[in-house]
Design a protein around this ligand. Sequence first.
Ligand code: F6R
Length: 614
Amino acid sequence: MCGIVGYIGPREATEVVVDGLQRLEYRGYDSSGIAVLCDGEFDIRRSVGKLQKLRERLNGEPTYGHQAIGHTRWATHGGVTEANAHPHRSTSGDIVVIQNGIVENYLALKAELTAAGVHWHSQTDTEVIAQLLDREAKASGDFVIGFRRALLRLKGGNAIVAMHRRQPGLIVAARLGNAGAVVVGLGDGENFVASDIPAVLDHTQRMVFLEDHEVALVRADSVSYQQIDGTALDKQAQTVAYDPVAAAKGGYKHFMQKEIFEQPRSITDTLHDRINLEQATVQLDSLRLSDEQLTRIDKIMVVACGTAWHAGLVAKFLIEGLARVRVEVDYGSEFRYRQPILDDRSLLLAITQSGETADTLAGMQVAREQGVPCISLVNAIGSQAARLSDGGVIYLNAGPEISVASTKAFTTMVVGAYLLALKLATLHGRMDKVTMREHLQALLELPGKVGEIVKNTTVYEELAERYRHTNDMLFLGRGINYPTALEGALKLKEISYIHAEGYPAGEMKHGPIALIDEEMPVVCLCPHDDVYDKMVSNVQQVKTRGGEVIVITTEGDTQLREMARTVIEVPATLPWLTPILNTIPLQLLSYYCALRRGTDVDQPRNLAKSVTVE
Ligand code: F6R
């Protein structure tokens, strides 16, 4: 999704801002732009396509100045054109604005401004902010007051950064609702503003995060904060410990490849300091809810989107199966608009890698409005989801996930959900120490087993070669591996653009079986669990109809070799943990298919890493 970077200080601002935008490339975008304030005028450069295009433009027509704001845009209102790229300037030329999010009432505002004589230069909702801010600044005679007044007129979730050409030395920034983070990076004689930590992490680790309806006035030597009504705010800086080197590709061809391969490490980090094998306990110190409160919970509402929603489905199996606490799972985009039945014994569990997904955050707000406590499984430290979690956060500790397609976040989400399930199982009196120790032991062995799977990629490379012209693929699984099938299909379609469907295998005969012929490879997840025999029947049914079967099963399987074209074996583990081990081959299959088909693996078309709009 869109990226924001602003700089004010002694350096050439363009370099700092464009480098920062480069760090946010992983979020996905289709155009970019920068505005530099120099001698009372804005120099604006914008271009469609990759950031390299903007760099080329800047090489030909350089800009000079010590304060600038830049943006990578992912189109929502208006097509992908240079005119629609940010920054947007008001007609008078006084104001420039960049924005992440959507101005929901922009049509009404636009009509009002048009009636007042404004002429438009783009089709975007962001230009509406620029024109509105221009008018409010003039009416109040003060840029900052005008900024706050303009913000009060906007509906929706927005991260907004602006400058006034007659107010050199000042960048203003605000966060409204859940359109993504606004981070102020504190330097020495220079300051930064950004939509995401990596954009400024090369320059400073001291950061301040804006909350909803907060404004930052950023100058080179100071930053002050206000509520939207003008009340002064005292905000504390946090030291962010991300290592920028960890975000680099480190010898891998793609971030996705690196992130698949680093799963033994990320799972180890999720487990770190949370398991005590000797005492057979799980410690989730970052949960603020007391054991008494957790014991009272009789319903967990999981809210998430995309891959995180698949992790939520696995969480349902784990929590219901191990702790016998009821779990409902919903998409953020659905949950926020229905009338969920929650009460004083309910708990909302948000699952999100970025912690900035608008629909998931909106789901959390719904729960909070009903007095229901929120906890979350989150990867991005200091993200909005983490801050909305009044009941505490279970951080995934997976490190930055750069590739748009989520891999290590999924597996660590499942590990995090497992830890929560075990904790609840103990509190709800559903698990004795001996059984608990078996679970903990299995968790501790998991990283090694994941390491075994990623060691040999030949089979995936062969499959990718065989299926490189395939148009469709079907993924089937049962029980706790039915979400794995959904995740396998999502991964394949999003990065290789092969159409793929995931189904609970028992549903095959209710429709999808009609699709099966020799052109349709079918991936069947057949771990040695209590639905293994049912899966074997499904494999047989596919084979009978001419379909080619790729099986993922437990090491040592002999039965399926007769039926499947390809058998991929993964180490044995507890049935509860099979979604993690079965997902790794599916990630590798998708990765190599995408590689073979020559798609943009890390930044697939039309997708964004963090979906901060509805
Ligand atoms: C798929 C993918 C998306 C995200 C979804 C939620 O590979 O990455 O489906 O899982 O947009 O994102 P988060 O977890 O950041 O809330």
